[in-house]
Every structure is written in structure tokens, then in C-alpha cells.
Design a protein around this ligand. Structure first.
Ligand SMILES: *[C@@H]1O[C@H](CO)[C@@H](O)[C@H](O)[C@H]1NC(C)=O
Ligand SMILES: *[C@@H]1O[C@H](CO)[C@@H](O)[C@H](O)[C@H]1NC(C)=O
Ligand SMILES: *[C@@H]1O[C@H](CO)[C@@H](O)[C@H](O)[C@H]1NC(C)=O
Length: 310
């Protein structure tokens, strides 16, 4: 009788393990992520803008977008931070120290680090100017150097840490090969973080794993990073342009270039799916979404096919 009982109990225990293990592995996930994209001052105007390619990029990965307008109060940004599942600092041409873009980004960066430290997952992405801004926010110094990289597509130079990193882990092997052999990462920047400046700065070294570098022929610069302990990612190059921008001849559109746009978006949106921030109400959410604005066609006179003006 006793033996039978023990047998039944242990059978039960085994079944528990057998049946629950796959469910335990299936972690909670937010399949309706909303990502904030930061606006910046529009050149020669009192308005701000977001290039529509950033919005399309995130939407192609399965996210919705909320614009983060500049010149708002810290309270408003804090409220928005609690409502969204990630933030993207786009490329552009404003100051990384004094612009409205820089001021808003500083607040979101600080909130993101605090949240992540407390186990509240919140991913941050910087592209081009956003990359430069993140190096400034992390190190507290402007460590950028001039490079000859304004309008050139390059293959990435992977580092010995690329494979240990998270960002490229889900990329197909053939795409990894294309990324190192074909010019499919588009660079539009005059400033870069040189490998030397990175290596000489303790704060940057401690915080970021370098996933790729590039050269302008003279100087090696850092082109892709991710935080070792924080979901902070940045590319000096433009993953969103390949699929969505057509105004410049150096934006690559090869099959591998388009796949690169998609796999980068896929990665970041999946990071945002680990965040469970939510708007206080459905009405708040609806009011905040980028769908409330219409992009303008600007391809005939600017580097962007479409922009949102605020
Ligand atoms: C900037 O605005 C001023 C005044 O509105 C105008 O004269 C100038 O041509 C503009 N510059 C550019 C580059 O658009
Ligand atoms: C933001 O604030 C600055 C400084 O007060 C002002 O010059 C600029 O026009 C404002 N821009 C927007 C888009 O609100
Ligand atoms: C800058 O790079 C381009 C190629 O991207 C090259 O044609 C040009 O000569 C370079 N300019 C200088 C000043 O090195």
C-alpha cells in the first residue's frame, strides 16, 4: 500500500516535470509592443520631425510607434516611459549635448538604466546620431572624431566578441557572411567613435561589447555595440534605410541589404516584447500612436522619402 502510494506520488512528480517543463520555458511575452521614436529639431524651422523610415522599420518588425516630441517636461517623459516598451534615438543632425533631442534622450536613458537595474526590462536603440549620443550619455564626454564617412555603404568588420553577443545571434549564416563581405551597412556621419577612443575610455569599455568596427581608410571606428548588462544597442550605420530610403545612390537595396533591415528590426522589436509597460488606458494609447499624424513626401528635396513633422 505504502509502496504503491510512493510509486503513484513519484509518477505524479515525474508527470509534473514532464508536462510543466515546456511551459516553464515559455516566458511571458508582450506581443503588442509599442516603441517610442524620438523627434528632433527640423533644420531652419521651429518644428520637429521624425523620418518615416524609422517608423516603417519598427512596424515591419511587428511593433507600433509613438512619437516622442521634444521640449516636453521630465514628468511628461516619465509618464511616457511607463507607457512604452522601448525607445529608438534616430540619426540626424542636431547637437548631442544641447538640443531638445539630446535633453529628452538623456531622461529616457537614465530612466531605462534605472528600470533595467530593477528588473524592469526596457530596451534602448541608437542609430547614427543616436549611437553618438549614447556614447556621450554613457561616458559623460564627447569622444567623437571626424571621419570620411558621409554617404558610403560598407561591409562590417566583426570582432572576436560578435558571436558572444545577443544582437546577431538569430541572424542566418548566409546573412552573417553577406554582412562581412558586401557593402550593405550605410554610413552617413561625419563623426565617429574611433576604436582607440573606445579602448581608452573605461566607462565605454565596461558598458559596451563591440560587435563590429569599420574604417574610413585611415581610422578604425566602432560601428555596432550592445550593452553587456543592459539592453542598450547602437549602430553607427543605418539599418532602416536599406528597405525604406531611395533618395541617395549609396543606400544599398540588394537582397542581403533588405534582409539586414528586417533582421535588425526583428531583433529590436523582440527585445521590446520583453517589456510590460502599458498606457494607463486604451484612449491614452490611441491618442499617442503615430497613426494620428500623416507623413509628408519629402523625397524630392531631402534625404528622406517621407517625414513626420510635429
Ligand atoms: C533658412 O531660412 C532662411 C529664412 O527663412 C532662408 O533665407 C534660408 O534660405 C534657409 N536656408 C536653407 C538652407 O533652407
Ligand atoms: C524647443 O525649444 C527651443 C528652445 O526653447 C525652441 O527654440 C524650439 O523652437 C523648440 N522646438 C520645438 C519643436 O518645440
Ligand atoms: C573619402 O572617401 C571616399 C570614398 O568613400 C573617397 O572617394 C574620398 O577620396 C575620401 N576623401 C578623403 C578626403 O579622404
Amino acid at each position: 500500500m505504502k509502496r504503491t502510494m510512493i510509486f503513484i506520488l513519484s509518477l505524479f512528480a515525474l508527470c509534473q516535470i514532464g508536462f510543466t517543463a515546456p511551459f516553464v520555458e515559455r516566458v511571458k511575452r508582450n506581443d503588442s509592443p509599442i516603441i517610442g521614436v524620438l523627434a528632433q529639431e527640423l533644420f531652419n524651422s521651429s518644428n520637429s520631425y521624425i523620418a518615416a523610415s524609422y517608423v516603417k522599420y519598427l512596424e515591419s518588425g511587428g511593433a507600433r510607434v509613438v512619437p516622442i516630441l521634444i521640449n516636453k517636461s521630465e514628468e511628461e517623459y516619465t509618464q511616457l516611459f511607463k507607457s512604452i516598451n522601448g525607445v529608438l534615438f534616430p540619426g540626424g543632425g542636431v547637437s548631442i549635448e544641447t538640443s531638445g533631442y539630446a535633453k529628452a534622450a538623456r531622461i529616457f536613458y537614465k530612466l531605462a538604466l534605472e528600470a533595467n537595474t530593477q528588473g524592469d526590462y526596457f530596451p534602448v536603440w541608437g542609430t547614427c546620431l543616436g549611437f553618438e549620443l549614447l556614447t556621450y550619455l554613457t561616458s559623460g564626454e564627447n569622444l567623437l572624431s571626424h571621419t570620411n564617412t558621409s554617404g558610403v555603404a560598407l561591409p562590417l568588420v566583426f570582432t572576436k566578441e560578435t558571436r558572444e553577443g545577443r544582437l546577431f545571434k538569430g541572424f542566418p549564416e548566409d546573412l552573417m557572411t553577406s554582412l562581412t563581405s558586401e557593402p550593405i551597412t550605410e554610413n552617413s556621419h561625419q563623426w565617429s567613435l574611433t576604436v582607440e577612443s573606445f579602448n581608452n575610455n573605461k566607462d565605454l569599455n565596461k558598458f559596451y561589447r563591440v560587435l563590429s568596427t569599420n574604417t574610413d581608410g585611415k581610422v578604425d571606428f566602432v560601428s555596432t555595440v550592445e550593452g553587456y548588462n543592459y539592453p542598450v544597442y547602437a549602430t553607427q550605420w543605418h539599418p532602416e534605410k536599406n528597405a525604406f530610403e531611395w533618395t541617395r545612390p549609396y543606400v544599398p537595396h540588394s537582397p542581403a541589404a533588405i534582409k539586414t533591415t528586417f533582421y535588425m528590426a526583428d531583433f529590436f522589436v523582440n527585445e521590446a516584447k520583453k517589456s510590460f509597460h502599458a498606457f494607463a488606458s486604451k484612449e491614452e494609447e490611441v491618442k499617442s500612436l503615430i497613426y494620428n499624424y500623416n507623413p509628408e513626401y519629402t523625397g524630392a528635396k531631402s534625404a528622406f522619402e517621407q517625414i513626420y513633422v510635429f
